[in-house]
Design a protein around this ligand. Sequence first.
Ligand SMILES: Nc1ncnc2c1ncn2[C@@H]1O[C@H](COP(=O)(O)OP(=O)(O)O)[C@@H](O)[C@H]1O
Ligand SMILES: [Mg+2]
Length: 238
Amino acid sequence: MNDILRTVNLEKRFGKQAAVSGVSLHVREGTVYGLLGPNGAGKTTTLKMIAGLLRPSSGEIRMNGKPWTRDCLGEIGALIEAPALYGNLTARENLLVHARLLKLPESAIRSALETVDLTNTGRKKASQFSLGMRQRLGIAIALVHSPRLLILDEPTNGLDPLGIQELRELIRSFPARGITVILSSHILSEVEQTADDIGIISEGRLLYEGANRRGTDLEALFMEVVRERQAEGGARHA
Ligand SMILES: Nc1ncnc2c1ncn2[C@@H]1O[C@H](COP(=O)(O)OP(=O)(O)O)[C@@H](O)[C@H]1O
Ligand SMILES: [Mg+2]
């Protein structure tokens, strides 16, 4: 399988602090990639660079084997942090705003709403949506231009168990629709049940990348790589 996206020694510094350093991801086309790490690890910063919302300090992002340019955004959809919705508009109207900007046909709106199962919300305004519905509308907006790569930053944060289950099933359905997904989470079980491949990031560094093998104790692996990293850090400071 080809990598739809790779990063090579990606780095982002905020002042003197390196939020992300030396991160080299390999995201295979047609898979769900789970980027796992504790709060403050650098997940959002990494995803923002891929989505063109932050400029890397150094390193490279490659899409389909070529260096990242603004044109790649036609193939990337992203929901990073909370979705920006117009509370006084319906689901369809929210999508219409984006579809008009991008000069997309009406069919794109219908298709995006069907994908996230929001076709029956009628006149209900986004401000009256449950958190799960808001997330799904955010995903519909990210999908309206039919991207091949979908970036979801902690999409299940704050959802109830039913909302989490629905979103998990939706995410799992994307590869069959020709959409590769990068999903971030600080919740091990989330990634364990959804991802084909996983990357573990901590303190801005990618500590592990590989297949999410069934039966692997992800929690043990996570603790092991994070502890190794801390031991290395400790040795360096000693
Ligand atoms: N705009 C910013 N300015 C300064 N520091 C930032 C900024 N964004 C993130 N950081 C810092 O970078 C680190 C990684 O943050 P983030 O990528 O949001 O982590 P995560 O999404 O894994 O929780 C944190 O220490 C955070 O405080
Ligand atoms: Mg984050």
